[in-house]
Design a protein around this ligand. Structure first.
Ligand code: ADP
Ligand code: MG
Length: 459
């Protein structure tokens, strides 16, 4: 008996449709999205298919369903409708465990990264996708805004301005937007880069007297994403160029996504014109994480790493490591590495001992204020002079030393340090650090002063 004939009605049609899809969309898209689709039934004019997850259903619906229907109608003109259900127990051709599915997904992403990677654009981290982003109250608005921008074919909010403290997920969301757009519309040109790289390319173009092609490069981007624009501040000509590029792109209906560590109105060093332009779209902030969100993130990351982490340990970490998600991840990675290398289970005791250093630095973290106090005492000046506008050498030098120490001994960012010193610019902090380094090389007694202060602060 012909084996093919023993297949349920519609099955052979489905096999042919799949073959066509494979030819049209290529191997990797086929593996990720088509192969996991299971054929359920053909019933008069409607075909029923199912996929293992809701995410896949949405994806298949928006990207492949219409094509499936057309191809199927070509095989069998009676077919009018294609239904796609979610059924976690049914899988397509091959039993794909969830790990497999993920790695196919990765392959597709990394394949794209190689082929579409733009010379101008910085590489994208393949873990930074929407699927890997854990959503909670503090970031749900920014997440929704980012998804909206990534999923709409027309320009929606322009620019989308994402801001928030260090390690709260700005870069992650930007990469996620880029991935999603590249996957949905491979022909759109997405350029993602840091503001520093933007400035660097611009300055190089100036030096090579090649600003025309510099502008063209950016102006041919469909989507331009610039990360950490607080670093554009100050440099007038770069700002001006950024402003023009920005306007040109917006006028041509291109999407722009910007991130910064503060809101547009707080970007003091950026000129008023550019600042108001930046806030003219949608401004979305990422708030500091809550205990619940940190716990959720630990759940997700532990699952990704494929390790069992007891509830108590997660709670312990979520309680203790509050500053940013990167450190939370780091702690989990260390725990995991330890059990993988040495064996045993992840326990509260292990967490305590392994994270001792990390936690210690958290509990007794040196504050900028304590540094200012110590330095003011040492040079016998008033604490208020740390933030005053006085420029006399007797106060300016100790202030520079305090800034230098804040940079060396805390994990505060340059803008944060600047702010703690009477709202100074981060470039002032950079200047102070350089100056102190210079003086330490040139002047032994100066260098001894700084070393003494360092030792006192660290003890
Ligand atoms: P930022 O750019 O705001 O400084 P990042 O986007 O680099 O922060 O995030 C730091 C790290 O924390 C990254 O590894 C990122 O994947 C992770 N992270 C941050 N927020 C989340 C989240 N909500 N869910 C999952 N991972 C997150
Ligand atoms: Mg970042």
């Amino acid at each position: 008996m012909d084996r093919e004939n023993s297949k349920p009605p519609g099955m052979r049609e489905w096999d042919r449709v799949k073959l066509r899809l494979k030819r049209e969309f290529g191997d990797s898209a086929y593996k990720s999205w088509v192969r996991p689709i299971a054929f359920d039934s053909l019933d008069n004019e409607s075909v029923r298919l199912s996929v293992p997850t809701r995410f896949m259903r949405d994806w298949v619906l928006t990207h492949y369903a219409e094509r499936i229907r057309t191809l199927w109608a070509g095989e069998n003109p009676k077919v009018r409708r294609v239904r796609i259900d979610v059924d976690a127990n049914k899988l397509g051709d091959r039993d794909l465990t969830s790990k497999n599915r993920e790695s196919n997904y990765d392959q597709q992403f990394s394949g794209k990264q190689v082929s579409i990677q733009d010379a101008l654009s910085a590489p994208l981290d393949k873990r930074y996708t929407f699927e890997e982003f854990v959503v909670g109250k503090p970031n749900e608005f920014a997440y929704a805004a980012a998804q909206r921008v990534a999923d709409s074919d027309k320009v929606s909010f322009n620019p989308l301005f994402l801001y928030g403290g260090v390690g709260l997920g700005k870069t992650h969301l930007m990469h996620a937007i880029a991935w999603r757009i590249k996957l949905r519309s491979p022909n759109r040109r997405v350029v993602y880069l840091s503001a520093e790289k933007f400035m660097y390319s611009f300055i190089r173009a100036l030096r090579n007297k090649d600003t025309v092609s510099f502008k063209e490069q950016f102006r041919s981007a469909d989507v331009l994403m610039i990360d950490d624009v607080q670093f554009i501040s100050g440099k007038d000509s770069t700002q001006e160029e950024f402003f023009h590029t920005f306007n040109a792109l917006v006028d041509q209906g291109r999407q722009i996504v910007i991130s910064a560590d503060k809101s547009p109105s707080d970007l003091e060093e950026i000129g008023g014109r550019l600042r108001s332009r930046l806030s003219s779209g949608l401004v979305a902030d990422l708030h500091p994480t809550t205990f619940e969100l940190r716990l959720g993130i630990l759940d997700a990351k532990a699952e990704n790493l494929g390790v069992k982490v007891p509830r108590k340990v997660k709670e312990f970490l979520a309680h203790r490591i509050t500053s940013n998600v990167r450190e939370l991840e780091g702690a989990l990675t260390r725990l995991t590495a330890n059990v993988q290398l040495v064996g045993g289970d992840i326990t509260l005791e292990l967490a305590h001992s392994l994270l001792h250093d990390l936690l210690k630095s958290h509990e007794r973290r040196l504050t900028i204020e304590s540094i200012q106090k110590q330095v003011a005492d040492h040079f016998q000046i008033r604490l208020s002079d740390m933030s005053s506008a006085r420029r006399a050498r007797t106060v300016a030098r100790p202030r520079q030393i305090a800034m230098y120490l804040a940079k060396q001994l805390t994990s505060r960012s340059l803008p944060e340090i600047g702010r703690a010193f009477g709202g100074r610019d981060h470039t002032t902090v950079i200047h102070a650090v350089r100056k102190v380094e210079e003086l330490m090389k040139a002047d032994v007694s100066f260098s001894e002063d700084v070393e003494l202060l360092t030792r006192m602060l660290e003890s």
